[in-house]
Write a protein that binds this ligand. Structure first.
Ligand SMILES: C[S@@+](CC[C@H](N)C(=O)[O-])C[C@H]1O[C@@H](n2cnc3c(N)ncnc32)[C@H](O)[C@@H]1O
Length: 333
């Protein structure tokens, strides 16, 4: 049993050899590469939706705590009310459920008309104070005034861009007003792995599984979903992609250079937001018993979120592996 997007599964117990190729970022996107990327998403969108999007209850359990902490940080640090937040690459708008409150006004932009339609439906169902726009965020300043935003939020969309495109987006950030914030949640190679802590791998994984309670690892898996995921990863490996043709996690140096170029200050070092929490969510979503998964999954995830927090507090989490972590990056204009 393994999960898709959390690196730890592969570093020690994967049956899939060599998963998650570490490669340099693509500098310039060619039309061929763009077409290849679009085809990849077309082909795998349903699978990615299942294993990355996750059922709402599981996604909320793993992402809710770090999104709530992010919202609280923004509200604490920025006085404007409503706080105007722009979300780039908002997809189906699931993050809005956590960021849209009576104190915020959220605008989301995404170039997928289908995703924006889902986001609008989601906002209507949850009565959220959100406005969604179909558009390319590389030229979002044509539709949205950056000088009028208090904060920009991006969840796992920028690492899909080429270096040239990243410079375009960070160029837009330079139009933000002084004092505004940019918060990114993106995969980052922290490169702080310690061989001394490698011995913790096995006991920590055991503890993580213990925290699952009766949703034990030996529960039968959904063989079809598991096989589709294995095939997806094997295809990426065979082509020396990370996962989709264009995506590459960031390095700290790369983020720091981009921020400096846009006149932004990194106010805290990139910090992992989830590890065992996401691994648990992505592994239990592959279990065959959906009813049990949805009933007991959120509790199992919450306990693993607690484990992540504990490991982070003691500075252990970022040192467990040299592979990437989903991190929060806080920037200020
Ligand atoms: C990997 S998904 C992330 C979605 C969501 N934020 C999440 O974390 O689940 C990237 C999203 O960015 C959108 N996207 C990618 N490039 C874009 C661009 N240049 N302009 C607008 N949207 C873009 C895609 O349509 C997709 O919804």
């Amino acid at each position: 049993m393994f999960c898709l997007l959390n690196p730890m599964s592969y570093t020690s117990s994967s049956s899939t050899p060599g998963a998650f190729v570490r490669r340099p970022r693509i500098h310039v996107t060619t039309p061929e590469l763009e077409a290849q990327e679009n085809q990849w998403w077309e082909k795998h969108s349903q699978l990615i939706h299942e294993i990355w999007g996750l059922p709402e209850a599981l996604s909320d359990a793993v992402r809710g705590p770090y999104l709530l902490a992010t919202l609280e940080k923004l509200l604490r640090e920025l006085p404007a009310r409503p706080l105007k937040i722009l979300e780039l690459g908002c997809g189906a708008g699931w993050a809005s459920r956590h960021l849209a409150t009576t104190e915020t006004k959220l605008t989301g932009i995404d170039f997928s008309e289908n995703q924006i339609a889902l986001a609008r439906q989601n906002a209507k169902e949850h009565k959220l104070n959100c406005n969604y726009v179909v558009g390319n965020f590389l030229s979002a300043d044509q539709q949205i005034s950056f000088s009028d935003c208090d904060a920009v939020f991006v969840h796992c969309a920028l690492h899909h861009l080429s270096t040239e495109e990243l410079h375009q987006v960070f160029g837009l950030f330079s139009k933000l007003p002084k004092g505004s914030k940019v918060v990114l949640i993106e995969p980052v190679y922290l490169d702080q792995g310690s061989p001394l802590l490698a011995w913790l791998d096995k006991p920590l994984r055991k503890l993580s599984r213990k925290l699952w309670g009766s949703l034990h690892v030996s529960a039968p898996a959904n063989q079809i979903l598991q096989k589709q995921t294995e095939d997806l990863i094997e295809e990426s490996n065979s082509k020396a992609w990370f996962l989709s043709p264009k995506e590459v996690p960031f390095t700290v140096e790369e983020l720091s250079d981009l921020a400096t170029g846009a006149g932004l200050k990194m106010t805290e070092a990139p910090k992992p937001v989830t590890y065992f929490g996401l691994e648990t969510a992505q592994t239990i979503v592959m279990l065959a018993d959906k009813e049990k998964t949805l009933q007991q999954g959120p509790g199992a995830i919450a306990k693993n979120v607690w484990l992540d927090d504990l490991l982070l507090t003691f500075g252990i989490l970022p040192r467990l592996t040299n592979n990437y972590f989903f991190c929060r990056i806080c920037l200020e204009k």
